[in-house]
Ligand binder design. Structure first.
Ligand SMILES: *[C@@H]1O[C@H](CO)[C@@H](O)[C@H](O)[C@H]1NC(C)=O
Ligand SMILES: *[C@@H]1O[C@H](CO)[C@@H](O)[C@H](O)[C@H]1NC(C)=O
Ligand SMILES: *[C@@H]1O[C@H](CO)[C@@H](O)[C@H](O)[C@H]1NC(C)=O
Ligand SMILES: *[C@@H]1O[C@H](CO)[C@@H](O)[C@H](O)[C@H]1NC(C)=O
Ligand SMILES: *[C@@H]1O[C@H](CO)[C@@H](O)[C@H](O)[C@H]1NC(C)=O
Ligand SMILES: *[C@@H]1O[C@H](CO)[C@@H](O)[C@H](O)[C@H]1NC(C)=O
Ligand SMILES: *[C@@H]1O[C@H](CO)[C@@H](O)[C@H](O)[C@H]1NC(C)=O
Ligand SMILES: *[C@@H]1O[C@H](CO)[C@@H](O)[C@H](O)[C@H]1NC(C)=O
Ligand SMILES: *[C@@H]1O[C@H](CO)[C@@H](O)[C@H](O)[C@H]1NC(C)=O
Ligand SMILES: *[C@@H]1O[C@H](CO)[C@@H](O)[C@H](O)[C@H]1NC(C)=O
Length: 373
C-alpha cells in the first residue's frame, strides 16, 4: 500500500493525490464529507449517517464553505462544505473498502453553492481509476448532482478522481462507498451506472435511504397523473439478496381509472445505451380465493419477461435484465385472467458501463497515471 502510494506520487507534479480511507462503522460504509474542516466525524441527524472529514486523508485541495445564500436547513450535512482542487489536472481519493466478495456502490455528490464567489458553475470529469466515469454538469449553483456506480473492483482500492477539463476548478461535496452482497445485481458488466431508482407511489414524497435501506441506496419518489397509488401499513419482507426496504415496497402504482396497462418511458441522451432494469413487486392487497394479480411486461413493444409475473403477498419479488438491453419504453399489462390491474412497487435502471483501464494491479496504476502527465 505504502509502495503503491509512493510510486504514484513520483508522477504527481501535476497529478496531485491522494486519500486513503479506511472502512468505518455502519457495516462497511465509507462516508466522507469533503472539505469538512474539523478533524472529526459527526452523525448527520437527518440520515443517521456518520460522516468523516477528509482532512486526515488529503494532501491537496482547499476546503471551502458554500456561500451563505445557498445554505438552507433542508440541505444535508455534507453539502455546506466542499473541497476544491485548483492545482493539478487530476486529484483524487483512494478508498479502501472492507475486504470480501462484495459489490461496491460508490456515490459522489456535488453542489457548487458559489463556494468560490465567482458565480460560475464549473464543469469537469469524474474518473473511476483511469477511466472517465461521467462528466459533472450542474445546471446552477443550487443543483445537486449525484453520480452512482455499482462496481466489482479487481483490487483492494478504488480510486475516484476529478479531472480538470479546462472548464473551471473541480470540487466535490461528498463521497460515499457502500457494500452489497455479491449475489445481488448480478450482471454481465463489471460496472453499471445508476440511471434512475424510483420508489413508485411514495406517500411521503421524500427520498428513502439509510436506515430504511440497509445498503443506503437512495430511492426517489416518483408518480404520474396516469397512475394511482396503493399502499399497505404492513411490513413487506425483503428478498434476501436485494434487501428492498419495506418503506419502498409498501407503496406501489396501478393505472389510473380503468387503464389496463402501466407504461414507462424515459429520455436517454444516448439511444444506443445499454441498460439493466430491475423491477420490484409485492402484492399489497390481501386477495381472497388466491386470486393473484398477474401481468405481462413488454419492452419496446416486445415481450420482455417470458412468464407472467405473479405477486406474492407482502413479500418482495423482482424481475431483471440478465443482459444489457437498449430499452426506451416499458408497458406492464394485465393478463386476461388477472383479477386486478398491473402494479409495480419500485424500479431501478442502470446503464452498463465498462471501465476497461480500471487498475488491475499496481503496475497498471502507475502506467495509467502517466497518461495524464
Ligand atoms: C485522523 O487520524 C487520527 C489518528 O489516526 C484520528 O485520531 C482522527 O480521529 C482522525 N480524524 C478523522 C476525521 O478521521
Ligand atoms: C487529527 O487529529 C489527530 C489526533 O486527534 C492527529 O493525530 C492528526 O494528525 C490530525 N490530523 C490532521 C490532518 O490535523
Ligand atoms: C466555514 O464556516 C465556519 C463557521 O460556519 C468557519 O468556522 C470556517 O472557518 C469557515 N471555513 C472557511 C474555509 O471559510
Ligand atoms: C460471491 O462470493 C462468494 C464467496 O463468498 C463466491 O464463492 C461467489 O462465487 C461470489 N459470487 C459472485 C456472483 O461473484
Ligand atoms: C436550478 O436548476 C434546477 C434544475 O436543476 C431548477 O429546478 C432550479 O429552478 C434552478 N434554480 C435557479 C435558481 O435557477
Ligand atoms: C391510459 O394509458 C395511456 C397509455 O399509457 C395514457 O396515454 C392515458 O393517458 C391513460 N389514461 C388515463 C385516464 O390515465
Ligand atoms: C423528455 O424530454 C422531453 C423533451 O426534451 C421533455 O419534454 C420531457 O419532460 C422529458 N421527459 C422526462 C421523463 O424527463
Ligand atoms: C452511446 O453509447 C455507446 C455505447 O455505450 C457508445 O459507444 C457511444 O459512444 C455513445 N455515444 C454518445 C454520443 O455518447
Ligand atoms: C389457496 O392457496 C392455499 C395454499 O397455496 C391452498 O391451500 C388453498 O386451498 C387455496 N385456496 C383456494 C380457494 O384456492
Ligand atoms: C399493452 O399495453 C399497451 C398500452 O396500453 C398497448 O399499447 C399494448 O398493445 C398492450 N400489449 C398487449 C400485448 O396487449
Amino acid at each position: 500500500m505504502e509502495i503503491f502510494k509512493h510510486l504514484i506520487c513520483a508522477f504527481l507534479d501535476i497529478v496531485a493525490l491522494t486519500v486513503l480511507v479506511h472502512a468505518q462503522s455502519q457495516s462497511g460504509f465509507i462516508s466522507i464529507d469533503c472539505g469538512f474542516p474539523e478533524n472529526s466525524t459527526y452523525t448527520d441527524k437527518k440520515t443517521g449517517i456518520e460522516y468523516t472529514s477528509d482532512v486526515n486523508f488529503t494532501e491537496t485541495g482547499v476546503s471551502y464553505n458554500i456561500s451563505r445564500e445557498y445554505k438552507r436547513n433542508s440541505l444535508e450535512k455534507p453539502f455546506p462544505t466542499v473541497r476544491s482542487f485548483p492545482k493539478g489536472i487530476k486529484n483524487g481519493y483512494t478508498l479502501k473498502p472492507a475486504r470480501g466478495n462484495f459489490r461496491l456502490f460508490i456515490r459522489a455528490s456535488f453542489m457548487y453553492g458559489d463556494y468560490d464567489g465567482l458565480n460560475k458553475v464549473p464543469r469537469f470529469d469524474l474518473l473511476l481509476g483511469a477511466d472517465v466515469w461521467d462528466s459533472v454538469e450542474l445546471a446552477n449553483a443550487s443543483t445537486i448532482v449525484t453520480k452512482e456506480v455499482l462496481h466489482v473492483p479487481r483490487t483492494n482500492y478504488v480510486y475516484v478522481c476529478l479531472l480538470n477539463t479546462g472548464l473551471g476548478t473541480p470540487f466535490i461535496s461528498s463521497l460515499e462507498l457502500r457494500l452489497l452482497k455479491n449475489s445481488s445485481y448480478k450482471t454481465q458488466s463489471r460496472s453499471m451506472q445508476l440511471y434512475l431508482r424510483w420508489d413508485l407511489g411514495s406517500k411521503s414524497n421524500k427520498p428513502i435511504r439509510y436506515k430504511d435501506d440497509i445498503y443506503d441506496r437512495i430511492w426517489s419518489p416518483y408518480t404520474t397523473s396516469d397512475w394511482e397509488t396503493i399502499s399497505t401499513s404492513f411490513q413487506v419482507s425483503p428478498d434476501m439478496n436485494f434487501q428492498q426496504p419495506s418503506a419502498v415496497m409498501s407503496t406501489a402504482v396501478i393505472p389510473a381509472v380503468d387503464n389496463k396497462s402501466l407504461t414507462f418511458s424515459w429520455n436517454t441522451s444516448n439511444s444506443t445505451s445499454q441498460h439493466y432494469v430491475y423491477m420490484h413487486f409485492s402484492e399489497l392487497q390481501y386477495q381472497i380465493n388466491n386470486q393473484t394479480r398477474q401481468m405481462h411486461i413488454y419492452a419496446n413493444g416486445k415481450s420482455w419477461y417470458d412468464h407472467q409475473v405473479r405477486f406474492p403477498y407482502l413479500v418482495a419479488d423482482f424481475v431483471y435484465s440478465t443482459r444489457p438491453e437498449s430499452i426506451l419504453e416499458f408497458s406492464i399489462n394485465e393478463t386476461e385472467e388477472s383479477p386486478l390491474p398491473p402494479m409495480v412497487n419500485a424500479i431501478e435502471i442502470y446503464q452498463a458501463k465498462e471501465f476497461p483501464q480500471f487498475l488491475t494491479n499496481q503496475q497498471d496504476g502507475i502506467f495509467l497515471s502517466k497518461q495524464y502527465i
